[in-house]
Write a protein that binds this ligand. Structure first.
Ligand SMILES: Cc1cc2nc3c(=O)[nH]c(=O)nc-3n(C[C@H](O)[C@H](O)[C@H](O)COP(=O)(O)OP(=O)(O)OC[C@H]3O[C@@H](n4cnc5c(N)ncnc54)[C@H](O)[C@@H]3O)c2cc1C
Length: 279
């Protein structure tokens, strides 16, 4: 449980961090809260030669209104997301789910940007961002680009964020007053989800459609496309939830078989759709 030796650089600005990434290439890794990267390093599954610490960058921890979106800085900690009055009003699904991540210690160190770039299919917030139809802003050598959450998660612990880029901002739509639900099935409080479901009701009158996404049902965080398609076609909650495992590749491990996870997905999606429908 001891990482290999590494050098440590503390970035003082986004440009400084990008410069350090350019200088050290694929030998370097950004570290924010360290709550996903350090466990990997202790297991020697990640062996960066240089850690670029961005945790103290002053400009990347914020939550603010911006038109029809709420902008959240990448270094905003789970606890801050969980206790934000603005998010509780405008994007309650995200505020609530951030309070379900790990334990208080994890929520005080871990960041929303780190959780998204780590791209763990068992993490809670990636599925929430998928259900919300959110996007992220990434900054790199050639400037800024926007990546929809639906295109962010490209493989197991892999995302569309390049090794020379920094995720700087998360952008979530304002959804005040619409129904939502977050279902997290765990063996013990504070555990990772065996299966989780994030559901966001759509806008009445055919605007934004409903979003449903799954935790720990495949190699990446997943949208429940079968469920979303059925709802768009007029199916009721029971009919849609029956399709929850469609297109998934549920893992089998000490906690659950693939079949049990598929069953859980159907049960939890049904609960989530019912709860979201209550508004
Ligand atoms: C005991 C324990 C329990 C946990 N339980 C849960 C749980 O129940 N649910 C859950 O969702 N999560 C859980 N987590 C994970 C936790 O939420 C992490 O904080 C989060 O996944 C990663 O955030 P971080 O800031 O710690 O990232 P780090 O560990 O610092 O970084 C993670 C990865 O993201 C990259 N990175 C970080 N920030 C950026 C950025 N701005 N731009 C580009 N790349 C970046 C790093 O290079 C690294 O590859 C748990 C962790 C622990 C240790």
């Amino acid at each position: 449980m001891i990482p290999v030796a590494f050098d440590y650089e503390r970035a003082t600005s986004v440009d400084h961090a990008l410069g350090l990434l350019a200088e050290h290439g694929d030998e370097a890794k950004l570290i924010a809260g360290g709550h996903s990267l350090l466990p990997l390093m202790k297991l020697r599954l990640a062996t960066p030669a240089v850690l670029v610490d961005i945790a103290r960058l002053p400009d990347l921890a914020f939550i603010r209104e911006d038109g029809d979106e709420i902008a959240i800085g990448a270094l905003t900690r789970h606890h801050t997301v969980n206790t934000s009055e603005l998010l509780a009003r405008e994007v309650p699904l995200l505020a609530h789910a951030a309070g379900q991540v790990g334990d208080p210690q994890v929520r005080h160190r871990g960041t929303i940007g780190g959780s998204l770039v780590h791209g763990d299919p068992a993490s809670d917030l990636p599925a929430v961002l998928l259900a919300l139809g959110a996007r992220v802003i990434v900054t790199g050598p050639s400037g800024e680009r926007s990546i929809p959450a639906a295109e962010l998660f490209t493989g197991f612990l892999e995302t569309a964020v390049g090794e020379d880029e920094l995720l700087t901002e998360v952008r979530v739509p304002r959804l005040a007053g619409l129904g939502w639900s977050f279902q997290k099935f765990t063996q013990r409080a504070c555990d990772w989800a065996i299966v989780g479901v994030a559901a966001q009701a759509g806008e009445p009158g055919g605007g934004r459609g409903p979003g449903v996404a799954l935790v720990n049902m495949g190699a990446t965080p997943l949208r429940a496309t079968g469920v979303e398609g059925a709802l768009a076609g007029g199916a009721d909650a029971a009919e849609a939830a029956a399709l929850a495992a469609e297109g998934t590749e549920a893992p089998a491990d000490l906690n659950a078989s693939s079949e049990f996870r598929e069953h859980l997905a159907r049960v939890l999606v049904r609960r989530a759709l019912d709860e979201a429908a209550e508004g």
